[in-house]
Design a protein around this ligand. Structure first.
Ligand SMILES: Cc1cc2nc3c(=O)[nH]c(=O)nc-3n(C[C@H](O)[C@H](O)[C@H](O)COP(=O)(O)OP(=O)(O)OC[C@H]3O[C@@H](n4cnc5c(N)ncnc54)[C@H](O)[C@@H]3O)c2cc1C
Ligand code: SF4
Ligand code: SF4
Length: 954
């Protein structure tokens, strides 16, 4: 959807000229200045709120260079945006936001995985997935690696539990391709490019050389810089570049790390990778107090451990009631402190030796319980759940309207215990009883998390007083870092001089001026003369609805969302609903409110697939799809609700109508051929103003009537089989290799396995209720689910017999609606559980693709689906980066752009040898076929084709 002219917001003159200039080469669909998108894209994970005047989704390097040139000419500041998970306010602006949209995802492997070149839009975890085949990974490992992008990782010098100061971006960067404020470029790996840059930018080369020489001549400053980078430090610019490197371009390359988009744009980065050892063991060790935990950390430093995470007593208390965590957490003394220790090795023998060494290190230190390492994945994952649960525990328990603040300081190791105790005292003195302290103890890096209301001047004063004391304590008393890994941003910009001193701060200002002489690259970040900038522009978090109020706007859900590249992400939906709620409450800006409400219908509500995958990545468990369903429900008038109820009550008739419609459509398709039919359908949809569902060539034919299959199977075992209403209605598409309906394939498999089949009575009128629920009709949804559950209960002999449903979303929905009364399975599970010993698989010499539906993902069926496909075909492809397909029942017809966007990468990930795909939801398979170029059918079809009855060799 592009913006019409009337949608434009008035812009200051300079911005209007900027808009006009960039409109000459940036497609209109990539430009936004409307209230909804500027707010949605403007938000990052910090507790600050700036709303950009213009948002541009930038797709290519040349486009970015041209935009920078225009910005330079018109003196318009710009800010780069990767995934927006930054916490210190560095990824937002009230000027122009340049978003790395869609593209920027190319990579190249070098030297058998020893190095990797990455574009900045690749998610950190995706880079590691690429490197996994080589047993390697990138060095930086922020906890947000599943969501944040390479551009943000490098520009923040982000790090995590294992990488310490030895494997962060600064230490592992090999080269970069950069674009500067004036649009000029530099590839630091290319000798010609370096030479050209030296000739074209003598002021930068000379300026960097002069700073380098000044530092070298000042012994006190040199040793201070060295000292400060022994622990993690992301406050200010990386002055260690001037000590560690001599060549100005090498200095420049390393200065870019942690520069937070204030010096240049990182268009490509090559990392030297690090080994990813497969064998791991962990132990949760409880010490009587912080001092002993700190002594233990010092003994482990330099030892065979990859991570040592400290958690104070308040941290442990915040998660002690979570299910699956060790019960002894509740019984610990108030002074207790824990270390979660991990060691990794290339093979089991080395791992065992390392565990012995780590135990020896800990032997002399008093502990509450004996040390117990475990190498069993399920056990050590439980221990790491303690650590992973800390931030969400505080975030989830906070009072609505308050913000969860996570701070990030680092101390020289010998001060760790004293500093932790002092932080605890500060929490007490300033009234933060919920505050917890945890962190990467090996690097002296502590996070402290607390909740803060920014809604009243009194509360802001309290925060200010607390942070002032923290900053004085960290820098004055312990000479620590105010930011260990989250970047300076706006949050610590007023304190950079406090931490580094006048001289070093002066050099940082010189660096900024060298690279950005007019102050246009992310101004106000890292360097800011406003000493109160950290107390301005707080983000409002008004109470909106209990389903979304706990959202901390971290952005972790965004990667999961099928609509993220065409309309909104879950976080953006919540941000907009919060603003709508705020405007409704305050009565402010009624025109803006009306505009947001109107635009949200398409950008937020209509293009939400309600698949709920966002909840699987959300640290506080928010399912934005659930909230969308609620909005849909609230948007229905009485007549619509009554009609939905009628359809539910006469479902058999509706289903017959749909089958008749599909028969008619396939008749037309056969008559007219695909091109004419597609043209006709497009024309009809255009004439209806987008209201008519869009026909596509992968549209199913009508399924044959099921009645003919009743009672077909005989066998020594029984199953109650519920073919979903989708499977009963939709048959194969014209040209699909298997021209049977799903239930015909399923019955064939069951017959081979010797299963007698019982169908529920009145099958034609039964439905799990999901189509009603996803459209916001909870009443008929509940009624249909109940009706089906009662039928299945009766037919399964009060739950004694297993029940099979052939469509995974329906099985998932029914399981949620009916609870555990029924032993309910979808095909992959059922075949695994009951049929493997009754079938003989004959693996075919072919390549097949599989697609895991959202419901299968939520039911944890990924491995089982892959295993089943591997039993049938020699090569199985699981396309990388393809999540929810966005078909969402019927959205593929009503909002086909959602499906197209969600599957835009599918075709290119399939090898030429792959001619067929398999999944377990008929409607998803329509979109998958359409956007992959190969037919997708039910996994049932593949299993039926590749299996024989066990014991029968014919
Ligand atoms: C719950 C939670 C946990 C976190 N845990 C950690 C952690 O363990 N360790 C850690 O270090 N951080 C952590 N973070 C902070 C954040 O996730 C990381 O710093 C991350 O690397 C930011 O990446 P991003 O893609 O979100 O970048 P963004 O937030 O979009 O941008 C970060 C900065 O980089 C600049 N930038 C982006 N792309 C480019 C580019 N191509 N060229 C130049 N500049 C660019 C932006 O202008 C901005 O200043 C956490 C955040 C959250 C919400
Ligand atoms: S919905 Fe959850 S994952 Fe998404 S931004 Fe909010 S808290 Fe983070
Ligand atoms: S339910 Fe799906 S489409 Fe809707 S916000 Fe969540 S992930 Fe996005």
């Amino acid at each position: 959807m592009t913006l019409a002219r009337r949608d434009y917001r008035e812009l200051p003159e300079q911005y209007q000229r900027f808009w006009d200039e960039v409109s000459r080469f940036v497609p209109a669909s990539s430009l936004a200045r409307d209230p909804l998108r500027t707010l949605a894209y403007g938000t990052d994970a910090s507790f600050y709120r700036l709303i950009p005047k213009i948002v541009i989704q930038v797709k290519t390097r040349s486009e970015l260079a041209r935009i920078l040139r225009v910005a330079g000419q018109l003196a318009v500041p710009v800010t780069f945006r990767a995934a927006g998970t930054s916490l210190s306010g560095q990824a937002q602006t009230d000027s122009v936001l340049l978003v790395l949209a869609g593209g920027w995802r190319k990579h190249q492997i070098h030297d058998g995985g020893e190095r990797i070149t990455l574009e900045p839009g690749i998610i950190g975890a995706e880079a590691n997935a690429i490197l996994a085949a080589f047993g390697r990974k990138i060095g930086p490992d922020p906890a947000s690696i599943g969501s944040c992008m390479i551009g943000g990782i490098a520009a923040n010098n982000a790090s995590g539990m294992c990488c310490g100061t030895a494997q962060n971006s600064y230490q592992t960067v090999d080269s970069m391709r950069l674009i500067f404020w004036d649009g000029s470029t530099l590839d630091t790996s290319d000798a010609d490019s370096r030479r050209r840059f030296e000739v074209d930018h003598p002021e930068i080369i000379q300026g960097l050389s002069a700073i380098r020489d000044a530092i070298a001549a000042d012994e006190q400053l040199s040793s201070r810089i060295r000292e400060k980078y022994r622990i993690k430090n992301t406050t200010g610019y990386g002055l260690n570049s001037f000590i560690d490197y001599r060549d100005p371009i090498d200095i420049l390359l390393h200065l870019m790390i942690g520069s937070e988009g204030t010096l240049a744009f990182i268009a490509e980065i090559t990392y030297r990778t690090v080994p990813d050892y497969p064998h791991k063991a962990s132990a949760l060790v409880i010490f009587p107090d912080i001092a002993n935990a700190a002594r233990a950390t010092q003994r482990l430093k330099g030892g065979p451990v990859s991570a040592v995470e400290m958690m104070d007593r308040a941290s442990l208390r915040s998660v002690e009631n979570k299910s699956g965590l060790p019960p002894y957490l509740k019984t610990l003394d108030p002074e207790a402190c824990a270390l979660l220790i991990e060691t990794r090795a290339a093979d089991p023998d080395s791992l065992a030796q390392q565990v012995t060494l780590a135990e020896a290190c800990l032997a002399p230190i008093p502990k509450v319980f004996p040390v117990q390492f475990t190498a069993k994945k399920s056990d050590y994952e439980k221990l790491w759940d303690v650590r992973r649960g800390l931030f969400p525990a505080v975030g989830g328990a906070r009072r609505i309207g308050t913000t969860v603040v996570i701070e990030d300081v680092a101390f020289p190791m010998h001060h760790l215990a004293d500093a932790t105790v002092e932080l605890q005292r500060l929490f007490g003195r300033h009234g933060y009883p919920e505050g917890i302290i945890f962190g990467h103890a090996l690097d002296g890096n502590l996070h402290f998390v607390f909740t803060q209301d920014f809604g009243t001047p009194h509360e802001v004063l309290r925060y200010e007083a607390f942070m002032n004391e923290v900053c004085q304590m960290v820098t004055g008393k312990y000479d620590g870092s105010l930011k260990g890994e989250h970047g300076t941003g706006r949050n610590m910009a007023p304190f950079v001089e406090l931490e580094w001193g006048k001289k070093a701060y002066g050099l940082m200002k010189q660096i900024k001026a060298l690279f950005d002489p007019h102050g246009l690259l992310n101004p106000g970040v890292v360097i800011n003369e406003n000493l109160r900038v950290h107390l301005e522009n707080f983000k409002p978090l008004p109470s909106t609805h209990e389903l979304i109020d706990k959202c901390i706007e971290c952005g972790f859900c965004e990667v999961k969302c099928p609509s993220r590249e065409i309309t909104s992400t879950p976080r953006q939906r919540i941000v907009i609903r919060r603003e709508i709620a705020r405007l409704q409450k305050t009565g402010e800006a009624p025109a803006r409110l009306r505009r947001l409400e109107r635009d949200y219908r398409y950008w937020g509500e209509q293009t939400c697939a309600t698949d709920g995958l966002c909840a699987t990545a959300c640290p506080v468990g928010i399912d934005t799809g659930q909230y969308t369903k609620l909005l849909r429900e609230m948007g229905h008038g009485r007549a619509a609700a009554a009609l939905a109820g009628e359809i539910g009550r006469h479902f058999g008739g509706t289903q017959k109508g749909v089958r008749a419609g599909l028969t008619a459509l396939s008749g037309f398709h056969a008559l007219l051929g695909t091109p004419a039919m597609a043209g006709l359908a497009k024309g009809g949809r255009a004439l209806s103003g987008g209201k008519l569902p869009l026909w596509n060539p992968c549209m199913p034919t009508a399924a044959p009537a099921l009645e003919s299959a009743h009672g077909a199977n005989q066998g020594d075992r029984q199953v109650v089989y519920f073919p979903s209403c989708i499977a009963r209605t939709m048959g194969p598409a014209k040209g699909d290799p298997d021209q049977r309906a799903v239930f015909q394939g399923m019955l064939s498999i069951l017959a081979k396995a010797g299963y007698a089949v019982l169908f529920p009575h009145s099958l034609g009128s039964l439905c799990c209720g999901m189509p009603f629920e996803s459209k916001g009709f909870p009443e008929p949804a509940r009624a249909k689910a109940k009706e089906l559950e009662l039928e299945l209960w009766a037919q399964s002999d009060d739950g004694r017999l297993p029940v099979l449903c052939d469509t995974s979303p329906c099985a998932h929905h029914l399981r949620a609606a009916a609870g555990s009364r029924l032993s309910l399975y979808e095909p992959v599970e059922f075949i695994h559980r009951f049929l493997l010993d009754r079938l003989r698989f004959e693996r075919q010499p072919e390549t097949v693709a599989i697609h895991l539906t959202c419901s299968s993902m939520k039911m944890g069926l990924a491995d089982k689906l892959e295993a089943l496909a591997k039993a049938c075909a020699e090569k199985v492809v699981v396309p990388a980066g393809v999540g929810c397909c966005g078909f969402a029942g019927d959205k593929g017809f009503t909002h086909p752009e959602l499906n197209a966007s969600a599957l835009s990468r599918l075709r290119s990930t399939l090898p030429p040898s792959c001619h067929a795909g398999y999944s377990n939801s008929r409607s998803c398979e329509i979109g998958l076929s359409l956007h992959s170029g190969i037919p997708y059918q039910s996994i049932v079809s593949l299993v039926d084709r590749c299996s024989r009855p066990a014991g029968n060799s014919s």
